[in-house]
Design a protein around this ligand. Sequence first.
Ligand SMILES: Cc1ncc(COP(=O)(O)O)c(C=O)c1O
Length: 384
Amino acid sequence: MRDKFLVFGQPIIEQPEIDEVVDSLKSAWLGTGPKVHKFEEMFKDYKGIKYAMALNSCTAALHLSMLALGIKPQDEVIVPTMTFASTANTVVHVGAIPVFADCEKDTMNIDPEDIERKITSKTKAIIPVHFAGRPCNLDAITDIAKKHNLKIIEDCAHAIETEYHGKKAGTFGDIGCFSFYVTKNIVTGEGGMAITDNEDYANMIKIMGLHGMSKDAWKRFSDSGYKHYQVLYAGYKYNMMDLQAAIGIHQLPRVDKYWERRQEIWNRYNEAFQKIPVFTPAPIESNTRHAYHLYTLLLDINKINITRDEFLNEMTKKNIGVGVHYIALHLNPYYQKNFGYKQGDFPNAEWISDRTVSIPLSAKLTNEDVEDVIEAAKEIVRKK
Ligand SMILES: Cc1ncc(COP(=O)(O)O)c(C=O)c1O
């Protein structure tokens, strides 16, 4: 057994990020400034899109997207139940109603057929989540959105590198939202980005992300002369700081290098887990790029006679950090109490919720770390 705990989702921080953060600290410009602007420009180029707004989280990006698209109280927004809390919480933040859809059992992505079933006269938008970095069925989802005149906000928290039929994730919908949280494929500590080709959405996201103050209000402290601002709305405080962008501007150029390393680990896991009673992730679909954000094993619990939670504990005892992505949102008390969801509503998401375990997939892992993870998982399954 390894003697040091292997932290799940460790970022790689290299010397240039450290130097850049120190430079920001010494420059006295800690808040939103030139490095945020640079990171936005870089991300815009990376995605080939007109507007990129750096924010302090993907959650903020999702919330502001809903405001920019004019989602109002009592509107309905279709969200997968198999996702992180903030995909649905942010719908609630604007007073709208999150309407859950089930996922496909193999890809774990939102099921387009269930989206269609959930559409009513109140539906205004769909939030597809590219789960673990695998693109959703964007052909089907964009067709549905066109047919019913719905907006699309892509939750790309797992999907920085994801591509679908030659096009990058985040550029299919009206707005795409990204996360640079510590476990993500590139990091800024906390951080997020909203991208769009629509100037009005971009302006609204900028304004609402900084107190509702008129555009470029942060420039009032620059050396180009004081500028007055006007408060146009009761906005939020969601701006990214230069201290965060200082990390991002060095991480983004390495995005492919880190992706390649995760692909190697992914392939090694696929090979290692063929002969034990677990289901490995569905094969990568042709003409797509998977972002390899999470490697989720599904335990064949009938064959191994051990619950998923027992497996998690055993892995932790063996010094391997693990995660659960996710217990479906409709099984959580808030969504049951307030929206009437119950066990049994979404069979595929529940099947996954009972079996899923995410094992470490950071580009920082050494080959020894990867073998430790494999050995630990095999031992637990064998013993039971
Ligand atoms: C699918 C999904 N959406 C949204 C978020 C929120 O990202 P952030 O932590 O940057 O707000 C996460 C974070 O883990 C996520 O996994």
